[in-house]
Design a protein around this ligand. Structure first.
Ligand code: ADP
Length: 412
């Protein structure tokens, strides 16, 4: 790491407090640094990521206003989450030497049926979360690796786990049910829902950004490389398109979305694939990538006239519109539709096509507003209003961490 170049650049002072937000995946470690000055409120100080862990690790960081702080390759020895965390710690020490870290908040994909809210991490919590690894094998182990690596390096610093599933707890029994035999259900097989930190953030800003629908029936479309819809009634989740795992529902970048379970049996029984091969197919080789045969990135597909790329986009929109109809039925009507995440925030074309396919519900899109990117993208008289609201999962984690650890803004 080139931390030496950054030494002495610390914009804060020794009086300042810091809190970290970490989002650890299999090949990336995303982070945010929040600073609380000697007096005043918490503010975003830096955000960045180490991507390509295990292949060609690349460290990038920006300050709170988007200015580049770092962009550099790391040694190939950065092979796992703990090694990435060491790299990040080097950079943080160089930049914020002597800073007090008051807490670390983590994104944890699975909180199971028990953790219906963020929680301060204890050895018991870690044990509980480890039991959920089989339910989220591609995410949970890396989330836990980050928690344990921080605990080893900063044993005095309290940590908080914020779950992607929590926001969905409290749904009705029918919404959570997977109708398999009772002994299977008792082992934790139910619909959990994901992207909860994103939906919780959107729900938290609704009264300010879109007050007229805040108390109503709203569908939020989180369309990124992972994609799902959430049905909100009075800002609470009543159903969503992701279920037991993050494979259900909409077509995603490399995941298929809902598939007839008979197809999975066919892969095992007729084609003789192994569990590992099926897992890799479902998480990494399906969805937009599989349909187009070329890319999982919506930007590439929208700019490509090849019939397979065109079909991939058509299927993405078709599936999204189909699920919008399903959740509108669950909500018994619709007052608002919100787009968020990489595709939802940036692609006017995908928003236009999903809104057009959902026009029967009463969405009357304002083309100019949609091209400008919102926030309101429906015409004034539209029965259902449509919106673009950028999500901020890290801020949600920071808020939870500050609340649970009692890190209130300092009085001016
Ligand atoms: P995640 O956090 O799940 O990795 P994001 O929410 O960052 O994903 O979304 C990433 C996706 O957003 C990319 O794969 C890309 O397809 C899509 N995306 C970003 N910008 C645009 C754009 N201008 N037009 C269409 N798609 C976009």
């Amino acid at each position: 790491m080139r931390q030496k170049e950054n030494r002495g650049l610390s914009p804060g002072s020794a009086m300042d407090d810091y809190a970290l937000v970490l989002n650890a995946g299999s090949s990336s470690l995303k982070f945010c640094v929040y600073r609380r000055p000697g007096s005043g409120a918490w503010m975003l100080e830096a955000r960045g990521q180490i991507e390509g862990i295990g292949t060609s690790p690349l460290f990038t960081a920006k300050d709170g206003s988007g200015g580049v702080l770092a962009s550099e390759s790391l040694a190939e020895t950065v092979r796992d989450v703990p090694a990435a965390l060491d790299g990040l710690a080097d950079w943080l020490r160089g930049r914020y030497a002597g800073a007090r870290v008051l807490g670390v908040g983590h994104r944890v994909v699975h909180g199971g049926a028990t953790y219906a809210a963020p929680v301060r991490i204890t050895p018991q919590v870690i044990d509980d979360l480890r039991k959920l690894v089989p339910l989220a094998p591609l995410h949970q182990p890396y989330n836990l690796a980050a928690i344990e690596a921080v605990a080893r390096r900063l044993p005095e610093v309290p940590q908080v786990a914020c779950f992607d599933t929590s926001f969905h707890r409290g749904q009705s029994a029918v919404a959570e049910l997977i109708p398999l035999p009772q002994e299977i259900r008792r082992s934790g097989v139910q619909r959990y829902g994901f992207h909860g930190l994103s939906y919780e953030y959107i729900a938290s800003v609704l009264p300010e950004v879109a007050p007229e629908i805040a108390a109503g029936r709203v569908i939020v479309a989180h369309l990124g490389s992972g994609a799902s819809l959430c049905a909100l009634k009075q800002r609470r989740s009543i159903d969503s398109t992701l279920g037991f795992t993050a494979l259900d529902g909409l077509c995603m970048g490399t995941r298929p979305g809902a598939v007839d379970p008979g197809v999975i049996l066919h892969l095992f029984q007729t084609l003789g694939l192994s569990a590992k091969e099926v897992e890799t197919m479902l998480y990494k080789k399906s969805g937009l990538l599989a349909i187009s045969g070329t890319s999982n990135d919506m930007r590439d597909l929208l700019g490509n006239s090849d019939p397979a790329a065109v079909l991939a986009v058509e299927y993405f929109v078709y599936r999204a519109a189909r699920e919008v109809g399903a959740l509108a039925a669950v909500l018994e009507g619709l007052d608002g539709m919100i787009f968020t995440a990489g595709i939802g925030e940036n692609s006017a074309e995908i928003r236009r096509r999903i809104c057009r396919a959902s026009a029967w519900l009463g969405i009357d899109l304002d083309q100019d507003a949609n091209d400008r990117g919102g926030p309101r993208i429906s015409r004034p008289g539209s029965r259902v209003s449509a919106w673009v609201i950028p999500t901020n999962e890290e801020l949600m984690i920071a808020r939870h961490t500050a609340r649970i650890l009692g890190l209130a803004p300092r009085k001016e």
